[in-house]
Ligand binder design. Structure first.
Ligand code: PBG
Length: 328
C-alpha cells in the first residue's frame, strides 16, 4: 500500500502518544464531596457508596489531613443534620453542621477551596428543596432562605457557594444578598443544568434527603431536553454565576459539550453518587479494572468540555496521578 496518511504513526510508542495526546485530568481539576454530621467519633459508611462515609467534625479533621496530603485542593460539603423541620432551618443556622465544618476546615487548611452546597432538601422534614404550601414547592419564598444559607456559609469561610436547588432566580437573588452582606468576593458555582435523575439515588440514602412525597420533577430538569440546558445556563450567567455546572456527568456528556461550546464560563460537571456506585460495584466484583475505567471516564468528561469535576473518587484519583508521576 502506498499510504501517505497513516494515523497509526502517532500511536507507535507510549512516548509519542504522550507527546500528542489532547486531554489530561489533573489533581487541580478535582472537587471532593464530603458528608458532615453531628456527634463525635462518627465515621459511618454509606452502604451504596463503599469508601464514602459520614464524618463528625473530629473525624473530618483526620480525613481532611489525608485528603490534603494526597493533593486534593477543593472540597464540597453536604450536611447530614440531626434536626429537620418544614423550612430547613439547619441550612441557614450560623452554627449549622456545614457552617462549623467550613470554619474548622479553613482553620486547619486555609488554602483548601471550601465549597458549600446550598439547598434545603437535607434539612427539610419533607425532603424537598424548597418550602411547601398546598403540596407545591414555592419558588420565591424559598429564595430568601437559600440566600440566607449562602450568607451564613460565606461568613463561615466558604470560598464558593453552590446552589443545587433549581429554583428560578436563585443566582441573582443570592448574588445581591451576598454583595449586600459584604461577600462580593464569594464565588457562586451554579448547578445550572441539573436534571431530575435516578443517578442521585445513593446520595439520597447518604443525606437522608429523598422527598417524602412526589418527586423533584417540578424544579429539576427533564432529562429528555437538551436545548433547555442553554436557557438555564444563560439565565444563571446573566444573574451572576461565576462557574456553571452540568449534573449528572457520564450519561450527560452531550450536554457538557453543548454548554461548553455555548458559554465561556468555567464549566464543572458532577459525577454523581449513582455513577460512583456503578463503577465501585463492578470494580468490587472484579468485573472492570477500576483505575482504568475511572480515569477513562474522567478524561471523557474533560474531553466533552468540563474544566473541573466533582467526584467521590477525587482522593483516589489524586493518589493514582501521583503514583504515575513517581513512575516517570
Ligand atoms: C441537593 C443535592 C443532591 C445532589 C447534590 N446536591 C440530591 C438531589 O438533588 O436529590 C446529588 C449528588 C449525588 O448524587 O452525588 N439538592
Amino acid at each position: 500500500m502506498n499510504l501517505t496518511r497513516r494515523p497509526r504513526r502517532l500511536r507507535r510508542t507510549a512516548q509519542i502518544r504522550n507527546l500528542v495526546h489532547e486531554v489530561d485530568v489533573r489533581c487541580d481539576d478535582l472537587i471532593y464531596p464530603v458528608f458532615v454530621t453531628e456527634g463525635e467519633n462518627v465515621q459511618s459508611p454509606i452502604e451504596s457508596m463503599p469508601g464514602i462515609y459520614h464524618y463528625s467534625l473530629d473525624r473530618l479533621a483526620i480525613h481532611l489531613k489525608e485528603v490534603w496530603e494526597k493533593g486534593v485542593r477543593a472540597v464540597i460539603f453536604f450536611g447530614v443534620p440531626d434536626h429537620k423541620d418544614a423550612c430547613g432551618s439547619g441550612a441557614y443556622d450560623p452554627d449549622g453542621i456545614v457552617q462549623r465544618a467550613l470554619r474548622m476546615t479553613k482553620k486547619l487548611y486555609s488554602e483548601m477551596i471550601c465549597i458549600a452546597d446550598i439547598c434545603l432538601c437535607e434539612y427539610t422534614d419533607h425532603g424537598h428543596c424548597g418550602v411547601i404550601k398546598d403540596g407545591e414547592v414555592l419558588n420565591d419564598e424559598t429564595l430568601e432562605l437559600l440566600s440566607k444559607a449562602a450568607v451564613s456559609c460565606a461568613a463561615a469561610g466558604a470560598d464558593i457557594v453552590a446552589p443545587s436547588d433549581m429554583m428560578d432566580g436563585r443566582i441573582g437573588h443570592m448574588r445581591h444578598t451576598l454583595d449586600a452582606a459584604g461577600y462580593a468576593h464569594t464565588l457562586i458555582m451554579a448547578y445550572s443544568v441539573k436534571y431530575a435523575s435516578a443517578f442521585y439515588g445513593p446520595f439520597r440514602e447518604a443525606a437522608d434527603s429523598a422527598p417524602a412525597f412526589g418527586d423533584r420533577k417540578s424544579y429539576q430538569m427533564d432529562f429528555r431536553n437538551r436545548r433547555e440546558a442553554l436557557l438555564e445556563t444563560e439565565l444563571d450567567m446573566e444573574e451572576g454565576a461565576d462557574i456553571i455546572m452540568v449534573k449528572p456527568a457520564l450519561a450527560y456528556l452531550d450536554i457538557v459539550r453543548t454548554v461548553s461550546e455555548a458559554f465561556d464560563l468555567p464549566l464543572c460537571t458532577y459525577s454523581v453518587s449513582g455513577e460512583y456506585a456503578m463503577m465501585k460495584a463492578a470494580a468490587m466484583n472484579g468485573w472492570i479494572d477500576e483505575k482504568r475505567v475511572v480515569m477513562e471516564s474522567m478524561i471523557a468528561m474533560k474531553r466533552a468540555g468540563a474544566k473541573m469535576i466533582i467526584t467521590y473518587y477525587a482522593p483516589q484519583i489524586a493518589e493514582w496521578l501521583r503514583e504515575e508521576e513517581g513512575q516517570r
